[in-house]
Design a protein around this ligand. Structure first.
Ligand code: ATP
Length: 232
């Protein structure tokens, strides 16, 4: 569904992504893992159109979408749940969800209902200001907002960051549930253990390059992945 070919991202003289290639097949969960600064967020930002790649190609369903603007990317069905959630603190939960559907002109009530059924806690807090939610609830809201654009691919930047283990498990349960509904997922995570358990395919990034790849379960069992990323 998504094909990343020799992608390069530079910031001035800094080479953040040095020519990486990977595919995200339709219906699957793919994860990029790696340490801080490996280039994971830059990869997602390039796919989202938030930074212009220095080189390489991004294909979506066979079409070249490299360098297109973020609105165009969202309208094609690729959405990003950004690191740090970035929800609107002064808007209510419901208003935040409506923002996610800003490009749609059709009826959004069914999707709103779906999001509330995935996250009953958001329904209970529908009129509450986003800024007053807990970290876990804000992450749920960020996922819900992304789903309101009815994405074909949902990209997630470190959804587990700063959350308690129980909440992390809940977020991963929801990722699987959303995926079962047919949404393809590209997930980047420092929580390699949870990410690899959930993913069909995993890619390990180190200083701007992909150094290892394989099915999630295989990487989980790989000795050098264990030593470097799983703390075992
Ligand atoms: P993190 O988990 O911290 O987001 P990451 O693997 O996603 O890490 P990136 O955020 O993509 O890594 O960063 C890759 C490299 O690019 C790092 O060396 C970082 O310092 C640099 N970088 C990222 N954003 C910018 C920017 N806006 N300007 C300059 N350098 C940047």
């Amino acid at each position: 569904m998504l094909s990343i070919q020799n992608l390069q991202v530079n910031y001035g003289g800094i080479e953040a992504v040095k020519g990486i290639s990977f595919d995200v097949p339709e219906g699957e969960i793919v994860t990029l893992i790696g340490a801080n600064g490996a280039g994971k967020s830059s990869t997602l930002r390039a796919i989202s159109g938030l930074v212009k790649p220095k080189g390489g190609k991004i294909l979506f369903r066979g079409e070249d979408i490299t360098g297109k603007n973020p609105t165009e990317i969202v309208s094609r069905g690729i959405t990003l749940v950004p690191e740090g959630r970035r929800i609107f603190a002064d808007l209510t939960v419901k208003e935040n969800l409506r923002v996610g559907a800003y490009l749609r002109k059709d009826d959004i009530s069914e999707d709103m209902e779906w999001v509330f059924s995935l996250f009953p806690r958001l329904r209970e807090r529908e009129w509450q200001a986003g800024g007053t939610l807990s970290g876990g609830e804000q992450q749920m809201l960020a996922v819900g907002r992304a789903l309101m654009s009815r994405p074909k691919v949902m990209m997630m930047d470190e959804p587990s960051l700063g959350l308690a283990p129980l909440v992390v498990r809940e977020i991963f349960r929801i990722i699987e549930e959303v995926n079962k509904k047919g949404v393809t997922i590209l997930l980047i995570e420092q929580n390699a253990n949870m990410a690899l358990k959930t993913a069909d395919m995993g890619y390990v990034m180190e200083t701007g390059r992909v150094t290892m790849s394989g099915p999630g379960q295989e990487l989980l069992a790989n000795e050098s992945v264990k030593a470097a990323y799983l703390g075992t």
